[in-house]
Structures are given as structure tokens and as C-alpha cells.
Design a protein around this ligand. Structure first.
Ligand code: ADP
Length: 161
């Protein structure tokens, strides 16, 4: 049985992330979407919120589990019996970042391989940071994020404005 993890901040999950998870779930027997609890860049959504949003968004895909993690990515992969790490690539800057990160993970654990999936054309420009910025300024992000995310963003920014 092939198992992969798909790690990220997912702050919040958007349709680009769901697209990659859906594609990967067709290739691997089991996919663990792994929510990084404390990314250095800081988060708007708590770990519990990020896990809940993702779980709700992939509930139609029975071979996907959503978990949170704090350790190094290759170490977490080993913990859940995964030999592969899934990442998504948008056009432009992602390749350099992902390549550099994949080599660091390989340095930590040479047996774990990174498998990258290309983003769908319509999500090439979708970045979690941009979504938060647009939502904070009152812009409409429906269509780029799963429905509960748009509501939660509105609620969060209404509360602080
Ligand atoms: P981001 O803040 O870039 O959305 P994450 O850490 O949550 O970041 O991303 C997790 C993984 O998902 C990374 O491999 C990232 O390249 C990928 N990803 C992010 N956005 C997209 C997208 N729109 N299409 C495809 N992959 C994406």
C-alpha cells in the first residue's frame, strides 16, 4: 500500500490545495493531509480550524485523512508509514522553493521521495496570503476557497474591523 503525506500551513485551505489533494488521492492508496501547527510565518486560523476546514473539504474522498503535526516533515512521514511527500507547483517561484526543500528533506531521510503535482490552470494564481489580504479588504474570494472558508474569513475580519 502506498501512503503519502501532503504537508502545508493551509492557512486557510483554498481550492488550489483541494485540487492537489484530490489529484494525489487518485495516485496513492492513502493520503494524509498534514497541517503544520506552528509555521514560522504565523497563522490566522488555529490548528483546529485548519484541520476542520480541510476535513470538511475532503470528506467525499475516503482515502484522505487530515492530521496536524509539529515535527520535521520526513519524521512525520515515517510516523504515519508514508514513503512520499506530495507538494503542489504553481507557475513561477514554487519550483525553486520546492526543489530546495525537497533536497533538505532528502538529506534528512534519503528514502522519502517528493512528488509534485501541477496546479490546475485556474488556481495558478491562488495564494493563501493573497486570499487573506483580499478578504481583509472586503473583497469577494468565493470561488477560490471552499464555501466554509469564505464565511470564516468574513467572520474573522468583521470581528477585527
Ligand atoms: P501557501 O501559503 O503557498 O498556499 P502552503 O504551505 O499551505 O502554502 O502550501 C502547501 C503546498 O501546497 C505547497 O506545496 C504549495 O506549493 C502548494 N500550493 C499552494 N497553493 C497552491 C495552488 N494554488 N496550486 C497548487 N499548489 C499549491
Amino acid at each position: 500500500m502506498t501512503t503519502a503525506i501532503y504537508p502545508g500551513s493551509f492557512d486557510p485551505a483554498h481550492n488550489g490545495h483541494i485540487d492537489i489533494a484530490t489529484r494525489a488521492s487518485k495516485v496513492f492508496d492513502q493520503l494524509v493531509v498534514a497541517v503544520y501547527e506552528e509555521p514560522p510565518k504565523g497563522v490566522l486560523f488555529s490548528t483546529a480550524e485548519r484541520v476542520e476546514i480541510l476535513s470538511e473539504s475532503v470528506k467525499g474522498l475516503p482515502n484522505i485523512r487530515v492530521m496536524s503535526f509539529t515535527s520535521l516533515v520526513p519524521r512525520f512521514a515515517r510516523q504515519v508509514g508514508a514513503d512520499f511527500v506530495v507538494r503542489g507547483l504553481r507557475a513561477g517561484l514554487d519550483f525553486e522553493t520546492e526543489f530546495e526543500m525537497a533536497l533538505m528533506w532528502r538529506n534528512l531521510d534519503p528514502e522519502i521521495d517528493v512528488v509534485c503535482f501541477m496546479s490546475a490552470l485556474e488556481y495558478q494564481f491562488v495564494y493563501a496570503s493573497r486570499i487573506k489580504e483580499v478578504a481583509q479588504l472586503g473583497g469577494d474570494v468565493r470561488g477560490l476557497v471552499p464555501p466554509p472558508v469564505a464565511e470564516k474569513l468574513t467572520a474573522k475580519f468583521d470581528r477585527v474591523s
